[in-house]
Ligand binder design. Structure first.
Ligand SMILES: Cc1ncc(COP(=O)(O)O)c(C=O)c1O
Length: 414
């Protein structure tokens, strides 16, 4: 195959899903030989609005047919204007947010780099606190903030400027991390440098579907206020409606100082990333975080259409309703299959923690052979991740879950 012959060893997802994909529609994908797959992966959170969603696709086609601007660096354009207007009207204003929007290079990691850079500039400090179980990207700054040893090792150089603290999950579920950080910061002999920022995912996706409790997030916000630390929420995967609200942190009623947003903000797989910045912190000099592809106009068009689409019906309520279908099914049909199983999640994002990486891998493999694309995450990749496009039909959701259940039965010999 040309892929094995020519493509770098760095390729990864194709190893879990070894087929040649050609078509996709809403909650399904097809390989070139016509095999059909139910999508429980959603392009790692990019396809929340579904593959080739007709409403969004029509707007893209119309834009292309009109010979409109495609690439615009960060110049003013009609597409960017309309995206910003729609984002303001549909997302920011109803929530009372007054964020400035910085478009970065169109990947999640680039928006994390921008937020880091800005937090360090604004505070004049260098250290940043991140959490165990975190994932923020694969470039120098973002990988330095990512807890997985292999991610940091892949940089091939020492990472500096990050202090990891325990995320409130597993052994640390009852540990008062916030109090611990507070005591360390109070003590000028603790060895902990005052951080520029604390970066956190309210729900760790790659970390294994670990949820920060609301009161923990509120206490974190208070801690940041107490010391003038910038609170950055990385909403790249858990945002865009995945948790049942547009931003994942809405449930805690907190307002972060910066929010990194990417993946489904581009509406249909068109790459876009941005940082939301509290106005007082928007201290970038012009061009200080530049990048050639910050103005991919099709992403603005597609992202705007996606926001219109979500406004056209009770999108978040539907996400929560379908999430309950998944939760009920997993609770009743899957958890009883093995006493070690646990489930965690919210909205339409559920993790089945098998506590066994080898078995989880085998289950995902069998599920794929039987028509479900499903990723794993967490320590040893032992958490099966149910993360379909938010537009999945009830029928396909249940069908997919049944395939997962049967895959578990096969692997566990039940
Ligand atoms: C929470 C979070 N932050 C950052 C990233 C990095 O995004 P990208 O892969 O687009 O660089 C990811 C990707 O999965 C993510 O889940």
């Amino acid at each position: 195959m040309i892929f094995e012959e020519r493509e770098s060893q760095v390729r990864s997802y194709c190893r879990s899903f070894p087929t040649v994909f050609s078509k996709a529609k809403m909650d399904k994908l097809w390989s070139e030989d016509g095999t059909e797959y139910i999508d429980f992966f959603a392009g790692a959170g990019v396809m929340n609005y579904g593959h080739n969603n007709d409403y969004i696709k029509d707007k893209i086609v119309e834009y292309l047919q009109g010979d409109n601007l495609i690439h615009g660096l960060d110049m003013f354009s009609v597409a960017k204007k309309e995206f910003l207007e729609t984002f303001t009207k549909e997302i920011l204003e109803p929530r009372g947010y007054d964020y400035k929007v910085a478009f970065t290079g169109p990947t999640g990691t680039n928006s994390v780099e921008a937020a880091l850079k800005l937090a360090r500039k604004v505070t004049g400090r260098s250290n940043v606190i991140a959490f165990s179980g975190s994932f923020h990207g694969m470039t120098m700054g973002s990988a330095s903030l990512s807890s997985g040893a292999d991610f940091r090792k892949s940089l091939g150089t020492q990472t500096t400027g990050t202090t990891f603290m325990p995320f409130p999950t597993g052994f640390f579920a009852t540990f008062d991390t916030i109090r611990y950080i507070d005591e360390m910061l109070k003590d000028d002999h603790s060895g902990l440098d005052m951080p520029a920022a604390i970066i956190v995912e309210t729900l760790q996706c790659e970390g294994g579907i670990n949820i920060a409790p609301n009161e923990w997030l509120v206490a974190l916000r208070e801690l940041c206020d107490k010391y003038g630390i910038i609170l950055i929420i990385d909403d790249i995967q858990a945002g865009n409606g995945r948790c049942g609200t547009f931003f994942s942190f809405e449930r805690a009623g907190i307002v972060p100082d910066m929010v990194t947003v990417s993946k489904s903000i581009g509406g249909s797989g068109m790459p876009m990333a941005l940082v939301l910045i509290r106005p007082g912190y928007d201290k970038f000099n012009p061009g200080e975080h530049n990048g050639t592809f910050r103005g991919f106009q099709l992403a603005f068009v597609s992202g705007k259409a996606a926001l219109e689409y979500r406004a056209s019906y009770d999108f978040d309520a539907e996400t929560v309703r379908k999430g309950e279908i998944a939760r009920n099914y997993i609770e009743k049909e899957i958890l009883p299959l093995d006493p070690t199983f646990e489930m965690r999640g919210m909205g339409l994002l559920w993790g089945i923690d098998t506590h066994d990486g080898a078995k989880a891998k085998a289950v995902a493999k069998v599920a794929f052979e039987n028509g479900v694309i499903m990723e794993r995450s967490g320590r040893n990749d032992e958490v099966l991740k149910v993360m379909p496009p938010l537009v999945i039909t009830d029928e396909n959701l249940l069908k997919g879950l049944e395939i997962v259940k049967n895959a578990i039965k096969e692997v566990y010999g039940l």
